[in-house]
Design a protein around this ligand. Structure first.
Ligand SMILES: C[S@@+](CC[C@H](N)C(=O)[O-])C[C@H]1O[C@@H](n2cnc3c(N)ncnc32)[C@H](O)[C@@H]1O
Length: 291
């Protein structure tokens, strides 16, 4: 009886999730070039983030910007961070997994540089959108959670470009160990907490300890908080000033927009304070699998 119930539950879930994917794909086909409709369908909070950032032209990433000064655009600042990260990829790396591939730009870029690259993300709308942006990479942009991903090959480098915070803590190094060959790498940039206050991002010391326990050696650690923090300040300012515009433009598709938007603004204000009090940091880390 229990088994029949489980099977039934699984089939219903499958039907719903297939219907949802088909709905998104059909919408994308029907709305053609109307990107703003696609963006509104993206998972919270990416929909608001991209909407707020996009006023200067199409964004290529959903991550912080790296600001040598405050005069450059969000697009340029995000580009700076991506370039910095990609410049750290060690020589001899060939096979790369982009964990949480966002809008697909890094996959596209690495592919053009000659790497064998696969991007994964569990967000159906994001994967559909990135496949639409880069149709030639359709088969390399895969719908999957990192924790569940079971490829039939090993990688030389796992790239976590602002995605570590979303991965279940206990899976980070065990799954990375499964996916990497010996002496291969994890390259990460993300927000981290100092573990003293309750926070949604990973604690830096726990992360480093867990790496060691799972036979990963920390070979690079660079704190770039000062260069990225302006992104939060700018987005809070933009979301506040565009509040009414966002609500009137999103409410038909997202009836809860005003509550969610206000929650997002206040959580980002709180995060900015954590950065200023040095309870949060933004860091680049590289680990090498030693066994
Ligand atoms: C902040 S965005 C960063 C996107 C992209 N790396 C970039 O820098 O533009 C976070 C990404 O992580 C993905 N993500 C969330 N949970 C994940 C998981 N468990 N496994 C893999 N990717 C995940 C999201 O779908 C999204 O693509």
């Amino acid at each position: 009886m229990h088994k029949t119930y489980q099977l039934l539950k699984k089939s219903i879930y499958k039907i719903f999730s297939t219907a949802f994917s088909i709905k998104i794909l059909l919408e994308m086909k029907l709305i053609g070039k109307d990107k703003s409709k696609i963006i509104k369908r993206l998972e919270y909070p990416y929909c608001y983030y991209i909407y707020a950032g996009d006023s200067e032209g199409e964004l290529d990433f959903i991550h912080y910007g790296y600001w040598p000064n405050k005069k450059i655009s969000v697009k340029q600042a995000q580009e700076n961070l991506n370039r910095l990260l990609l410049s750290l990829i060690p020589k001899k790396v060939l096979d790369i997994l982009d964990v949480g591939c966002g809008l697909g730009t890094t996959v596209k870029r690495l592919n053009r540089k000659g790497y064998n690259v696969i991007g994964i993300s569990p967000d159906k709308a994001l994967i559909a959108y990135s496949r639409k942006r880069f149709p030639q990479l359709k088969k390399d942009l895969i719908l999957s959670k990192f924790e569940d991903y079971k490829p039939n090959k090993k990688f030389d480098l796992l790239l976590f470009e602002e995605t570590l915070q979303y991965i279940e803590f206990d899976s980070i190094f065990t799954q990375s160990s499964r996916l990497l060959g010996k002496n291969k790498y994890m390259l990460i940039c993300d927000e981290f907490s100092d573990g003293l206050t309750k926070d949604s991002v990973k604690d830096i010391e726990d992360t480093i300890k867990s790496a060691k326990k799972n036979k990963f050696k920390l070979i690079l650690r660079k704190d770039i908080t000062n260069k990225v923090i302006y992104t939060r300040e700018l987005f809070v300012k933009r979301l506040k000033s565009k509040r009414e515009e966002i609500i009137s433009s999103f409410w038909k598709i997202r009836p809860t927009v005003s509550t969610k938007l206000d929650r997002l603004i206040s959580s980002w204000e709180k995060d900015t304070k954590s950065f200023l009090k040095k309870r949060r940091s933004y860091e680049i880390l590289m680990f090498k699998k030693i066994r």
